[in-house]
Design a protein around this ligand. Structure first.
Ligand code: COS
Length: 377
């Protein structure tokens, strides 16, 4: 068992760290206020090779393994969980095509990501959140094309993406056996961007509604077979959950670092508050939680990289790291007291950012369900 990163991985981590310190952390508060990323940020991220990390070498990408990708997302999460989410959403949107797409679909999507384009994964709807099988968007086949009608909500990169992975139902009666995946380019007639969300946290990430009104796509836009969409979505979420968990780890680690530094500087009763054992116990508990979450993330990624079953560990990592992010950021605010609660210090934003980690890409209640099912049945 090897716990250390290789020299190449450490070099890559250092590069991402520098990028985060230069391009993300100094603007995190401003981006949070503006409810948007700084202009050019994604272009700079693309130039750094951060948007196409899972694109295989045969399609012109670096084809990084999951452990390395998680390491990158952990670093991004330290700077801003919102930006990390937007960047990671490209991996989420790519998996369906990489898993089940044909060569042409893979080539088109990978070329887009290699050239700095953005992608979005669109499963969620007003009536289909945890119940992913409840998708009401319809795809009706007529000859060699499909007509799509419906609405998607809470779509990360929704307003920014160049291409969308849309899940629609090809069965009149609906249900998971009719769920089917399609690639829909942004400029397709009938496709439009709806309301942009004004969120509690991860505000620099763009979250929008998508509207499909008689969107006609060729049969060649379908990914996999009709009715294969639920399995594709589940496989995709399995693969992407450790990455969300990695963002949670980075977020929690950065809150811990800020709180620990503050505790050494802040003096009360004539001494740094770090000398008080109640503060020390909090710091120790925070550090233990972050480290155990990290171990789960890398275990899940390692299993995936070995080609072993990893769905349970993916759910565990997402659930545990998300809960840890919430607990650790809350404790960081507590250690910093009134200053922690003020927008003048970054932990207030981090605590707001952490909440979504327990909600998106499958609520932590759903993750517990997945874990229990894997153990019991
Ligand atoms: N990998 C492959 N197949 C899977 C799977 C997985 N991880 N999970 C379920 N399936 C398959 C099952 O094997 C079953 O196949 P068969 O009918 O052929 O036996 C089918 O999918 C249905 O499974 P299940 O009965 O468990 O489906 P449910 O409708 O009960 O839903 C949950 C299962 C709740 C786990 C699923 O809907 C889910 O993950 N929901 C959360 C969705 C989510 O993460 N949304 C976030 C928005 S996208 S960012």
């Amino acid at each position: 068992m090897e716990f250390a990163f290789t020299e190449e991985q450490e070099e890559l981590r250092e590069m991402v760290k520098e990028f985060v310190e230069k391009e993300i952390t100094p603007f995190a508060e401003e981006m949070d206020r503006n409810n948007a990323a700084t202009p050019e940020l994604f272009k700079k991220a693309a130039d750094m090779g951060l948007l196409n990390v899972i694109v295989p070498e045969e399609y012109g990408g670096p084809g990084l393994d999951s452990v390395t990708v998680a390491m990158i997302y952990e670093e991004l999460g330290k700077g801003c969980a919102g930006i990390a989410t937007s960047i990671a959403a490209n991996s989420l949107a790519s998996y369906p095509v990489l898993l089940k797409g044909n060569d042409e679909q893979k080539k088109t999507l990978c070329d887009l990501l290699n050239s700095g384009g953005l992608a979005a994964f669109a499963l969620t709807e007003p009536g289909a959140g945890s119940d992913a099988g409840g998708v009401a968007t319809k795809a009706v086949k007529d000859g060699d094309h499909y007509t799509l009608n419906g609405n998607k909500i809470f779509i990360t990169n929704g307003g920014l993406a160049d291409t969308y992975l849309i899940f629609a139902n090809t069965r009149k009666s609906g249900g998971i056996r009719g769920l089917t995946a399609f690639v829909v380019p942004r400029n397709t007639p009938g496709f439009s961007i709806g309301k942009k969300e004004d969120k509690m946290g991860i505000r620099p990430s763009n979250t929008c509604e998508l509207i499909l009104q008689d969107v006609v796509v060729p049969e060649s836009a379908r990914v996999g077979r009709e009715g294969e969409g639920f399995r594709i979505a589940m496989n995709t979420l399995d693969s992407a959950r450790p990455f969300v968990a990695a963002v949670s780890v980075g977020l929690a680690q950065s809150a811990l670092d800020i709180a620990a530094k503050y505790a050494k500087e802040r003096r009360q009763f004539g001494q740094p508050i770090a000398s008080f054992q109640m503060v020390q116990a909090m710091i120790a508990d925070m550090a233990m939680k972050v480290e155990t979450a990290r171990l789960l993330v890398y275990k899940a990624c390692w299993l995936r990289d070995q080609g072993l079953e990893f769905s349970k560990e993916a759910a565990m990592s997402k659930c545990y790291a998300g809960d840890v992010a919430m607990q650790v950021t809350t404790d960081a605010v507590q250690i910093m007291g009134g200053y922690g609660y003020s927008k003048e210090y970054p932990v207030e934003k981090k605590m707001r950012d952490a909440k979504i980690m327990q909600i998106y890409e499958g609520t932590n209640q759903i993750q517990r369900l997945v874990i229990a099912n894997k153990i019991l049945y």
